[in-house]
Design a protein around this ligand. Structure first.
Ligand code: FES
Ligand code: MG
Length: 598
């Protein structure tokens, strides 16, 4: 038998793969490798197994996360793919975040998950890593962490749930959660009916079945070239989803052998493609924040992808997908209509086909290779460029004296298009508690033309920018049939929600310099989508005087009090940057805090 050279002190350990990575802990590489083998062999692995490319698989299963309930099956299929191709698959856990079980908000935990992901990928001796995720904040957190760790990473999506049914109508989380809740508030349905609906809104495991944040990020990840196009839409409960997992395992071995890292795959063009897809699918406003954070993790792209990029691409990209909340259908309809492959075929003239993908093919080569399988049959879900659902700019960026650093609106989800060019008097709520207390007060001075303003829900103000931006229509107006109003906040809203809602106003209201922080009830506010203006109709001197007065009041109070929390929350409040930079921690961006970034 050949002697095991790993312990021969006269030979240098030259290979950098698998168990041999980062053998510096004891200042003696041979001893470090020897110890590693001691402990990994406790798991029963042989020298043969350990000589293969090691593919880590991130297990984000949790009993509190129905969006990830199929993770055990996906791990099994991904392992099969790895091992059929000569690799060794080793799973490990990171934290798991579900939208509904992440107090104060899942976004508050996104950066924590990105740190967990980055450091565990970096720490462990793996040659490539499959990152299994699906629920809203998970996929961005994993991409952020994976790009920063810059070892070969392959996202694997859990997939969307199927729709349910109520009184002969299809329903699904979570656009219909909101529509039906609004119907209850308006007195259109009763308590018995809403309980029956509650049973059917999430009838299977998997991520929300509309074009919410989870589905958006799945499509965006495929458009970035980081996973197969089919990987974006196959339902969580489908056998296709398991085959995608097996294929991801096979790809992981190939990517591990080539050491193809995310910073090599991703380019400016990949992000331009992702934003084109974001606009064409009527994707979630949250994806705008996530894309900024993801791009800013890449040293060569930091500061190159901005809100302006999103707006410019929007101007030339029509909305083609008829899915809720902008349209009528569900993710499984998109999948059955051909999914991302069919969509990208249509978007070809708007895409950068030379962008690289994880397999080493360019996006153009991926599309060419798939031509024979191209689905061409009559369907209503993916529209041709000549017959879009919304002509352009489903997501638009607004600016003005109220939002000097920008704000985001999903124009395609507006219910009354006249509100997209509207001036009305502000009704201001200073935070979510104030909103909850007064919104349904019958004495509240509000009409359908009022502009509802909610402050205090920005990245620092209510850590994690809660999805409270979908300010409810005051009950008395809802009962009178009002379905939409112009609403403004520095927070976010669910990707599954609709209405004329302006979000992510920056700088956020708790910052002393924030013009949004000094809006008063009765001030006139103008939103004009055509000129991209968000304007407080108050003289500049008055605005500046209000800011100055507030700055004097808050000096030594809000600014410092809000930042004296302990633990993770303290870290969050000290380090989170504003929405237009991605609400990431400033020290996690590729080269630390960005200065004067817009
Ligand atoms: Fe997980 Fe909607 S709650 S995707
Ligand atoms: Mg959501």
């Amino acid at each position: 038998a050949k002697p095991n050279r790993d312990y021969d002190l006269t030979t240098p350990i030259t290979s950098t793969s698998g168990l041999r990575q980062g053998l510096t802990s004891y200042g003696d590489a041979h001893f470090s490798l020897f110890l590693r083998k001691v402990f990994i062999k406790a798991l029963g692995y042989s020298e043969d197994a350990l000589s293969r490319p090691i593919v880590g698989i991130i297990n984000t299963f949790s009993g509190f996360n129905p969006c990830h309930a199929n993770v055990p099956q996906l791990i099994e299929a991904a392992k099969r793919g790895v091992q059929l191709n000569g690799g060794l698959a080793v799973e490990f856990p990171t934290i798991s975040i579900h939208e509904s079980f992440s107090h104060p908000t899942s976004m508050f935990l996104r950066n924590l998950m990105s740190m967990d992901t980055e450091e565990m990928i970096r720490a462990q001796p793996l040659d490539a890593c499959i990152m299994i995720g699906g629920c809203d904040k998970t996929v961005p957190a994993q991409l952020m962490g994976g790009i920063s760790a810059n070892k070969p990473v392959l996202p694997l999506i859990t997939g969307p749930m199927l729709p349910g049914s109520h009184n002969g109508q299809r329903i699904g989380a979570c656009t219909d959660c909101r529509n039906n809740w609004a119907a209850l508030r308006a007195g259109e349905i009763d308590v018995e009916e809403i309980s029956a609906i509650n049973e059917e809104l999430a009838p299977t495991i998997g991520t929300c079945g509309v074009m919410g944040t989870a589905s958006t990020m799945a499509c965006v990840t495929a458009a970035l070239g980081m996973m197969s196009l089919r990987g974006a839409s196959a339902p969580a409960v489908s056998s296709a989803r398991l085959r995608i997992a097996e294929e991801t395992g096979a790809n992981a071995v190939a990517v591990a052998k080539l050491a193809r890292k995310p910073q090599d795959v991703l380019s400016k063009e990949s992000f331009l493609n992702a934003i084109t897809v974001l606009q064409a699918i009527g994707g979630s406003t949250n994806a705008v924040v996530h894309l900024m954070a993801i791009a800013n993790r890449h040293p060569a792209l930091q500061g190159m992808i901005t809100l302006q990029t999103v707006d410019e691409i929007g101007c030339k990209t029509p909305l083609l997908i008829d899915l809720k909340p902008s349209g009528d259908n569900y993710m499984n309809d998109f999948h059955n209509a051909g999914g991302m492959l069919a969509l990208l075929e249509i978007l070809r003239p708007l895409l950068h086909l030379s962008a690289l993908t994880i397999t080493g093919q360019t996006l153009g080569e991926v599309l060419d290779a798939s031509q024979s399988r191209r689905l061409s049959f009559p369907q209503q879900i993916i529209r041709p460029l000549s017959n879009p659902l919304f002509p352009a700019s489903s997501l638009a960026i607004l600016r003005g004296n109220l939002a000097p650093d920008g704000a985001v609106i999903k124009a395609s989800a507006s219910k009354y298009r006249s509100l997209l060019a509207h001036t009305g008097p502000a009704v201001v709520f200073k935070n979510s508690a104030d909103l909850a207390r007064r919104i349904d007060d019958t004495e509240l001075a509000v009409t359908k033309d009022s502009v509802l303003v909610l402050k205090g829900i920005g990245p620092i103000g209510n850590p994690g920018m809660p999805e409270a931006g979908l300010i409810p229509i005051p009950k008395k107006l809802a009962a009178a049939g009002v379905k939409d109003m112009l609403r403004l906040s520095d927070g976010r809203m669910s990707g599954t929600a609709g209405g004329t809602i302006i979000l992510h106003i920056s700088p956020e209201s708790v910052l002393p310099e924030s013009p949004f922080g000094v809006v008063e009830t009765g001030d006139l506010i103008t939103c004009d989508i055509n000129t991209r203006r968000l304007q407080l109709e108050v003289a500049e001197e008055v605005l500046q005087a209000r800011i100055e007065k507030r700055r004097r009041c808050v000096q030594g109070t809000t600014g410092s009090v809000a930042r004296k929390q302990r633990g993770y929350r303290g870290l969050y409040e000290r380090s989170v940057n504003q929405a237009q930079e991605g609400a990431d921690f400033d020290f996690l961006a590729a080269s630390g805090p960005l200065k004067g970034f817009m």
